[in-house]
Design a protein around this ligand. Structure first.
Ligand code: ATP
Ligand code: MG
Length: 422
């Protein structure tokens, strides 16, 4: 579990801000859900035989002896909350959330025990149009973030009946090559053979590449759904690759599945993954409700952004240097007056003393465009020195009230024009 330090928080905040804007623009509403759920919820939804439930959950008994689990993913809690609060029945919903998830995995680059997802869930829409919308909005988010090299892979898992037939074919295939399987895959052979296709073990990739393909046995309805999705994506110019071996680690998916992947993050190349999970709401006790969604791993998006460009810290617009006891007192009040007059300006007040010289060094380092300089003499005269930090202009003296009036309501971009009097 990592501490996310200020320099990285800039990237996190950037991703979260753009995601919020894009999602709001598509009519999605935010929902905030508990970090803790009953262990039973995840066993029922994710399935006993997935990696997550088998070995990745942080589970403990609370003071009442109830078994609770730190959420390893958000869909189960969102569906639970949706059912309990009557959000899903006979309605169309577009929801999203953002927050920490917990999985006891082997930590490595791009894989952590506390990580953060932006999750998007839609309910009440059965057709491929909403599947396409989910992909359009993710494409828009990548564009806004300047990520232009993510590859979209899609596949259809068909219905439960299709997967049951396919499962038999897969088991037969892998049994025929039993000696090539690793320990995990041998275990999954009986419990969840589709998961073998999702193995990250490089030694298995050839074997997996030769496995029977799911789309060959798709039912007519899933086929029509998938074909229409492809048509919608083609019409919108979304570039994708059909990957017949794409499956999801979670049990509740059917029909459409997709992943946005990159080759820039090594084995942890999936940045965003999702699909359709029409059976889940009923499985949790709600009325049968079609549903589709995805989750995006914020750490992996941040890793891509960090490689690509540095996000500088947001600089204040004005740095207020204060030297002398009286100036220090008045400086705090002046800064408040300035913020009252213009909430849009960032004002950083020097705290903790220091000579003018050292304070102006800090001012420079802060990235502010101007320093306001207040000594005891200025404090007595209700004036303030104004010093341009990015240009070689000489310091000017302003009456404080004049300055306040001049800056009221202005935009940061106007500062040079307003403050560089000749
Ligand atoms: P993987 O195949 O990489 O283990 P997954 O199938 O377990 O992923 P999902 O449960 O679909 O992943 O989660 C959606 C996204 O959340 C992933 O595509 C990834 O970007 C991110 N993610 C999942 N697990 C982790 C983790 N332990 N650390 C960081 N990000 C993660
Ligand atoms: Mg995983």
């Amino acid at each position: 579990m990592h501490d996310i330090l200020p320099e990285q928080c800039r990237y996190f905040a950037h991703v979260e801000k753009l995601a919020r804007e894009v999602l709001t623009g598509y009519g999605y509403e935010e929902i905030r859900l508990p970090l803790l759920e009953s262990t039973e919820l995840f066993k029922r939804t994710i399935g006993e035989v997935t990696d997550i439930v088998e070995k990745e959950m942080y589970t403990f008994a609370d003071r009442n002896g109830d078994s609770l689990t730190l959420r390893p993913e958000g869909t189960a809690g969102c569906v639970r909350g949706g059912i309990e609060n009557g959000l899903l029945h006979n309605q169309v919903r577009r929801l999203w959330y953002s927050g920490a998830m917990f999985r006891h995995e082997r930590p490595q680059k791009g894989r952590y025990r506390q990580f953060h997802q932006i999750g998007v869930e839609t309910f009440g829409m059965a057709g491929p149009d909403i599947d396409a919308e989910l992909l359009l909005l993710t494409r828009r988010l990548w564009r806004r973030l300047g990520l232009n090299d993510l590859e979209l892979q899609i596949n259809s898992l068909g219905t439960a009946a299709v997967r049951a037939v396919y499962r038999e074919e897969l088991v037969a295939y892998f049994i025929a090559h039993y000696e090539l399987l690793d320990e995990d895959s041998r275990r999954r052979l009986q419990s969840n053979p589709l998961r073998i296709l999702d193995s990250k073990n490089p030694a298995l990739q050839d074997l997996i590449a030769g496995a029977p393909q799911l789309p060959a046995s798709l039912d007519q309805e899933s086929r029509a759904h998938f074909d229409e999705l492809c048509r919608l994506l083609d019409a919108a110019g979304v570039v994708y690759r059909v990957n017949p071996r794409l499956v999801r680690g979670l049990d509740y998916y059917g029909k459409t599945v997709f992943e946005w992947v990159t080759d820039r993050l090594g084995a942890q190349g999936t940045v965003c993954a999702g699909g359709r999970y029409d059976g889940l709401v009923a499985q949790l006790g709600g009325r049968a409700t079609p549903a589709a969604g995805f989750a995006l791993g914020i750490e992996r998006v941040v890793a891509l952004l960090e490689e690509q460009a540095t996000l500088p810290a947001a600089a204040p617009d004005l740095f207020l240097a204060v030297v002398g006891t009286e100036a220090e007192r008045i400086g705090l009040l002046y800064a408040e007056q300035l913020r009252d007059a213009n909430p849009a300006l960032g004002v950083l007040v020097n705290c903790g003393g220091g000579s003018f010289k050292s304070q102006l060094k800090r001012a420079d380092k802060s990235g502010a465009a101007f320093a306001l300089v207040l000594g005891d003499e200025e404090a007595v005269q209700a004036s303030v020195g104004v010093k341009a930090l990015r240009e070689g202009a000489p310091q000017q003296t302003w009456a404080w009230q004049d300055l306040l009036r001049t800056l009221a309501g202005c935009a940061a971009a106007d500062l040079p024009r307003l403050l560089m009097r000749t």
